[in-house]
Design a protein around this ligand. Structure first.
Ligand SMILES: [Mn+2]
Length: 424
């Protein structure tokens, strides 16, 4: 039986985001390319006869129907493509690719046109690879809970490659569908989750695939973790990144990235607490020998705005802060009763529902609206025109700058619309 390497979720093209210079690549992007080259060499050294890409290897880069139109991504693309070619040429049967929820079909088609028969983009079809029947179920990913209609599910087969959310503590594709697929196939391999796991949802033949290398899409992966408050001794663990090799049995192959992936968990009661937590941990990071080679993700409780944390973190120029996640501290015990809703829903549930349905940067504005306007005390007031006017003004004040309106223009505008309230 022959060896197949299965790779997933490298998210190669999003490294390019937000770097304005037209000709040079960002240090982050360079590091990702280096990781990619190294992991490709590691895979080639194992001499697999075929390769399967289980989705989100590239990420979306399609504007107005054009291929890789984004000038940022274009700086990375030739090198990514040549590495894919190097990998393909090292194998007997080539590469078979599934589209993930972040991939655009045009990127995969372009690779197929460029690389020829050795690269096949497979959509809701089976292929025989190394004498095995492999079905590629194109992603149906949606936010929240979702199903795949029965008629779109494959019949029985040997190996299933898919890219959906496994609902473990988070909403996702209904468990029943995973169970059904687990009964129809000998082995089900699912990307998207970024963590290697055998038997999630108590389905013995279901495997969750790891992310190949670190990318902006971290999904709780880390190699070093700091928690504040605490003794600030970091928790260090083996790299969760890598791929799987199918050779009779399936096994996880670890890839150790060049940089350390640092996760910071800060729990404060107030924004000031959070800032001192950031300061204390960053001072520790500055003592590390690898300080120029770490990617930091911050998760902070006790503060409403990313900016508050970012301003502090950015004082440490040497440390590369990738992303910040904030959660205001709330009294979640009291359910808010909302007029006009048939169910009583707690304010924090309502907030979670609304925020998860919105894209950035709207989500950031909505967060402010929840912090400052949709408070339990405002919502329990009598809904008269005075309250409406107040909420309207606060909403404008909070969101104006996010939508490119200067705060200075607001008082004049509010004065102009004031008579309209009085007419009601
Ligand atoms: Mn995905």
């Amino acid at each position: 039986m022959c060896k197949i390497a299965i790779l997933s979720d490298a998210h190669l093209l999003i490294q390019a985001e937000r770097y304005k210079d037209e000709n040079t690549r960002s240090p982050r992007g360079e590091l990702s390319l280096q990781n990619f080259n190294r992991v490709i060499s590691q895979i080639i050294a194992e001499e697999p006869q075929a390769i399967i890409l289980a989705g989100d290897m590239f990420d979306e880069r399609e504007k107005g129907g054009e291929l890789i139109a984004d000038s940022e991504a274009a700086k990375y693309w030739p090198e990514i493509r040549s590495e894919i070619k190097r990998l393909m040429s090292s194998t007997k049967y080539g590469i078979y690719a599934l589209r993930g929820n972040h991939d655009s079909a045009s990127v995969l088609k372009e690779l197929q046109d460029f690389l020829g028969d050795g690269f096949q983009f497979v959509r809701d079809e089976a292929r025989e690879i190394c004498g095995r029947q492999v079905y590629f179920l194109e992603t149906r990913y949606r936010q929240g809970n979702y199903r795949i209609p029965d008629e779109e599910l494959p019949g029985e087969g040997e190996i299933l490659i898919m890219h959906e959310t496994i609902p473990r503590g988070i909403p996702g594709l209904e468990q029943e569908i995973f169970q059904k697929l687990g009964q129809r196939f000998v082995m089900v391999l699912n990307g998207h989750m970024h963590h290697y796991a055998h038997g999630p949802l108590d389905i013995d033949n279901l495997y969750s695939l790891p992310a190949l290398i670190p990318s902006r899409q971290l999904k709780n992966n880390f190699t070093v973790k700091y928690q504040w408050p605490g003794d600030l001794q970091p928790e260090v663990r083996n790299s969760p990144f890598g791929y799987v090799m199918l050779n009779g049995e399936l096994s996880f192959r670890r890839y150790t990235p060049i940089q350390s992936i640092v996760r910071m968990e800060i729990k404060g009661d107030t924004p000031a607490d959070v800032i001192s937590g950031v300061d204390e941990i960053y001072s520790r990071l500055m003592e590390r020998e690898d300080r120029n080679n770490i990617w930091v993700w911050i998760s902070a409780e006790g503060v409403s705005f990313k900016d508050t944390v970012a301003r502090e973190a950015n004082k440490y120029l040497e440390i590369n802060t990738m992303d910040i996640d904030v959660r205001a501290k709330k009294d979640t015990r009291k359910p808010a009763e909302l007029k006009g809703m048939d169910k009583i829903i707690s304010l924090s549930d309502l907030q979670a529902k609304v925020l998860s349905s919105m894209p950035w940067p709207d989500r950031e504005v909505a967060q402010k609206v929840f912090d400052e306007i949709f408070t339990a005390s405002n919502l329990s007031k009598r809904p008269d025109s005075n309250l409406s006017r107040y909420l309207f003004q606060r909403l404008l004040e909070l969101s104006a700058t996010d939508y490119g309106v200067s705060q200075e223009n607001l008082p004049g505008f509010l004065q102009k619309v004031e008579p309209l309230w009085k007419k009601r």
